[in-house]
Design a protein around this ligand. Structure first.
Ligand code: ADP
Ligand code: MG
Length: 340
């Protein structure tokens, strides 16, 4: 069982500037699995930009062109569960052996391996075996290898062996064609101004783009509502509001240094000047609040501090927020900026 979803194929993966490199590399790999220098092929990009779709499309295409090859699609999460299970049942070797026999291994969302050293170790061995034997490995991740955290160096270096291709935010033209394609497949017509409105306002996530058009279709066909610009506005608003943009540690440092009118290097510097220390502590506090990063990783990204410093910073911010009016204002202002 390849676990491939035939609905995710190349035909319905629309091409645009934002995905051309990844799509073409995927095509090349599908033509000659294991026979290109794109091994591994790592596709990375933000949420809802088509990583899973493209990963399946490559697998489906390989099955079509090379029916003799064994292809397996698996999420990194499921791979991890299977591995843990195998350790419990004392079948770790069988687990490894099973994966070493596959011709094309597709692992989705490898950022999930972060901090899981056992799984990384076992994947390292499987990867080496496959690679040495000319088998194809395809990976997806929400980050480029250079930005991945808590992944062993030797594995990261393997990730960089082949090609890392980014899926970027789709440009306006591509957003329009994705919407039109969806409407066409569902046999629904919609006024052009509505389609343009949706494409103008949902820019960073194809899943949301599709979600908005599905809501519009549902409203018009089930609720018999006329699809007006007003209705489109309401629906788009729901999508844009409900999805908090992911706040990164870099972004937090940028916003806070702008707010205090200093640059990021100053914020990260070793100085003990009070206002700089406070800016840095606020950055650590918000990084803990808004990202999933560990204290250690927050510390290393904000001026190479250790986890105890970050912990101390978070406590200090909590305290000052209660006792110091000016400081409370900082927290409120910054919270507004990040919550937008
Ligand atoms: P990710 O894995 O990056 O979070 P998905 O692959 O799940 O994103 O894609 C989200 C949705 O957007 C899916 O329904 C997918 O079919 C659609 N999609 C993404 N990119 C494209 C594209 N270029 N053409 C058509 N549909 C796309
Ligand atoms: Mg996905």
């Amino acid at each position: 069982e390849s676990q491939l979803n035939p609905n995710y194929n190349f035909d319905n993966f629309l091409e645009g500037d934002s995905n051309r490199l990844a799509r073409s590399a995927g095509m090349a790999v599908a033509n000659k699995p294991g026979g290109t220098s794109f091994n591994p092929l790592l596709i990375f990009g933000g949420v809802g930009l088509g990583k899973t779709h493209l990963a399946h499309a490559i697998g489906v295409e390989i099955k079509d062109k090379h029916p003799d090859k064994t292809v397996l699609y698996i999420s990194a999460e499921k791979f991890t569960q299977q591995y843990i299970e195998s350790v419990k049942k004392n079948t770790r070797n069988d687990f490894i052996h099973f994966y070493q026999l596959i011709d094309v291994l597709i692992i989705d969302d490898v950022q999930f391996f972060s901090g899981k050293s056992g799984t990384q170790d076992v994947f390292f061995h499987i990867f080496n075996h496959l690679h040495q034997n000319g088998k194809q490995v395809i990976l997806t991740s929400d980050k480029a290898p250079v930005d991945m955290q808590d992944i062993e160096q030797r594995l990261l270096s393997r990730f960089k062996w082949g090609l890392s291709a980014e899926l970027q935010n789709p440009d306006y033209e591509t957003r329009i064609s994705i919407l039109n394609n969806k409407l066409y497949r569902d046999g629904v017509e919609m006024p052009e101004e509505i389609i343009e409105y949706v494409a103008q306002n949902i820019k960073t996530n194809v899943r949301e783009l599709e979600g908005a058009v599905i809501s519009l279709i549902a409203q018009s066909s089930f609720n018999k509502k006329e699809v007006t610009l007003d209705l489109a506005k309401q629906i788009v608003e729901k999508f844009v509001k409900n999805t908090k943009r992911e706040v990164s540690i870099d972004y937090i440092q940028k916003v806070i240094s702008d707010y205090f009118q200093m640059d990021v290097e100053t914020l990260q510097s070793k100085t003990r000047k009070r206002h700089i220390v406070q800016a840095r502590q606020l950055a650590m506090f918000f990084a803990k609040k808004y990202t999933k990063a560990s204290l250690a990783s927050i510390g290393s990204q904000i001026g190479k501090r250790d986890h105890a410093t970050v912990l101390h910073a978070c406590k200090t911010v909590d305290n000052l927020g209660e006792t110091d009016k000016q400081f409370k204002k900082y927290i409120e202002d910054l919270t507004k900026k990040f919550a937008q």
